[in-house]
Ligand binder design. Structure first.
Ligand SMILES: [Zn+2]
Length: 584
């Protein structure tokens, strides 16, 4: 048990943490979830203080209090002003802030009533702390022998035992969390860092640790990418399609699409377009990851997963499109280009948000998010005189599925899902997912309508799939086991890839439809998508590789590594054939 002078550390440490939680909304979990971590962390700090000679302890404690208050007060003000917790981006912002900007920050703070309210709360806490210190000093000085005897013989041992017991029990949660932190500190790549549970960084000092490590990783990765993008070579030819739209869906299990053989009519518009010969679907497209941010890196980079090196060894292909004269837009219903980020949703967009990539790649971005993807279309400019390339990034079928449904979106119900092996609740989840897939169909239709009378190609691809209680996996969402099974490949890595052609483009460039139909059954990795888009855009660049372009007669199928190369899709599916597994 740490000495008595550390008792106050427990009280103040807990109060500081609770006040920080109250002034920011870091997580929706109850405070009790994090209490065991806080208790043991404070205990460890107390123990470290006792290792010091007695006369140094008050000074050590003073330093600890100063750091504690500075971290917490700092973070609560960053939150009041920017709706942002301590994240890797906070570090970048602090570093990039000019003196004029910090003056502005101070002025805005002073004008804000929230600032004064927050200041008042922290002031009250500090005052309470001072009173406790003074009270303790007074007690010590004027303590009567009876009080001293009472304190040392009756209460204190029991308090000490109570705290020790609580600390001991808390180790059950604390030890695994700190092992997780140790593992995190040894990681080599951002995509691994993004998958770490944020709960282990439950307080400001831990979030600082997270941010420093994360920044170290991104700086390394992005630095290489930035060097590659110094000199982009891309020139337009006159063969480019004037309007190209790349719609990136979310969590789309293609086996729940009627166009890919699902039993319920989840894709009426896509099916109709296919019947009219204006849609061509690829039947063997596979994504390299089941994590959005990792898919984005691989898809946006000209580097592909089967090549040596990493995604940062290529360049971001939207920049090539832009260099070749396309007006490039990135409208995302997921990635924020604002500062309102927590460690969790910092994920994925870091490279698209950071300078100089943002300005190299995009002419415009959306500033707002929409509850339903259909709203995002308001920011889409439609066909223009200049060549236009739009990346539309949807919320798609992201869970919770029922939140994706508009008023008219409740088409299927649990009784439409003919699965005797599922409970009523599980069938409801499947029905909601199927409804969300149908909503997605409406969004695709609306995108197409914008371009119907123009020369346009609309590409639809999902970042990854989703488990929706298929086979015997017994779950919805995604499964992140280290070595994915054939079932996971089928549901989460096989993705829809569809091309919608307008009548004008069909008439003026019949080669596109022809090439697409020829390519329909070819094995394709979506990390090669850049080459196909560059070809559609008629962009001449040394980054283009015709063997990776699905539309090219030189296209050559290659093995498709998944999850950073733990195995290839082909290897995993071959295991399936050995066992003769049936999935539905
Ligand atoms: Zn995703």
């Amino acid at each position: 048990m740490p000495p008595r002078e550390c008792t106050l550390l427990f009280v103040v440490g807990t109060a500081v943490w609770l006040l920080l939680r109250a002034t920011t909304n870091w997580s929706e979990d109850s405070n009790w979830v994090y209490m065991p971590h806080l208790l043991v962390d404070l205990y460890v700090v107390g123990l470290l203080v006792c290792l010091l000679p007695k006369r140094w302890r008050p000074w050590a404690l003073a330093v600890i209090y100063i750091i504690m208050y500075a971290c917490a007060i700092g973070e609560s003000f960053i939150y009041q002003r920017y709706y942002m917790h301590f994240t890797p981006q906070t570090l970048t912002m602090i570093r990039e802030t000019t003196p004029a900007e910090s003056e502005g920050f101070v002025r805005l703070c002073l004008e804000s009533p929230v600032f004064w309210r927050t200041l008042m709360w922290w002031g009250l806490l500090l005052l309470g702390h001072m009173l406790l210190l003074v009270g303790r000093w007074v007690l010590k000085k004027f303590e009567s022998p009876r009080v001293r005897e009472f304190g040392s013989s009756k209460i204190m041992p029991w308090v000490a035992r109570g705290v020790a017991a609580l600390t001991l029990v808390s180790l059950i949660w604390w030890v695994p969390a700190r092992i997780e932190v140790a593992r995190f500190l040894m990681l080599e790549r951002t995509e691994q860092a993004e998958r770490v549970d944020n709960g282990i960084f439950y307080s400001t000092p831990w979030r600082v640790v997270y941010s420093l490590k994360y920044e170290q990783l991104t700086v390394r990765e992005v630095g290489r990418l930035a060097a590659n993008m110094q000199q982009l070579d891309a020139v337009p030819t006159d063969s480019g399609v004037p309007n190209i739209v790349l719609v990136i869906g979310e969590s789309h299990n293609k086996h729940h699409s009627a166009v890919y053989g699902y039993s319920l009519p989840t894709t009426p518009w896509q099916s109709e377009m296919e019947r009219q010969g204006l849609m061509v679907k690829m039947t063997d497209a596979v994504t390299p990851w089941n994590v959005t941010s990792s898919v984005f890196k691989e898809m946006m980079s000209t580097h592909s997963c089967d090549q040596p090196g990493q995604w940062t060894d290529g360049v971001l292909f939207p920049a090539l499109m832009r260099k070749a004269g396309y007006r490039v837009g990135f409208l995302s219903n997921q990635f924020y280009k604002t500062n309102r980020q927590t460690a969790a949703n910092y994920n994925g967009s870091f490279f698209l948000n950071s300078q100089p990539f943002d300005s190299l790649c995009f002419d415009y971005r959306n500033r707002k998010h929409y509850v339903y993807d259909i709203g995002l279309l308001r920011e889409m400019p439609g066909a223009q005189d200049t060549c236009s390339f739009v990346i539309l990034h949807l919320l798609g079928q992201h869970q919770p599925y029922d939140e994706r449904l508009t008023k008219q979106g409740h088409i299927f119900s649990a009784k439409d899902v003919k699965r005797k092996d599922l409970s009523a609740g599980e069938r409801k989840v499947v029905a909601d997912y199927d409804n969300a897939t149908r909503e997605n169909d409406r969004v695709l239709k609306a995108v197409y309508e914008r371009y119907r009378d123009h020369e346009a190609v609309i590409i639809y691809v999902a970042d990854h799939g989703e488990e929706v209680y298929d086979g015997n996996i017994g779950m919805f969402g995604r499964n992140h086991m280290a070595e994915p099974t054939p079932q996971i490949m089928w549901a989460e890595f096989e993705v829809p890839l569809e091309f919608f052609l307008t009548p004008v483009v069909e008439k003026r460039r019949p080669w596109i439809g022809r090439a697409l139909r020829e390519a329909q059954a070819k094995p394709f990795g979506t990390d090669d998508l850049a080459h196909l888009v560059l070809r559609l855009g008629g962009v001449k660049t040394r980054y283009y590789d015709s063997e990776r372009d699905l539309l090219s007669p030189h296209f050559s199928p290659r093995p498709r590594p998944v999850k950073g190369g733990v195995a290839t899709y082909e290897e995993i599916m071959a295991r399936d054939k050995e066992k003769g597994v049936r999935r539905r």
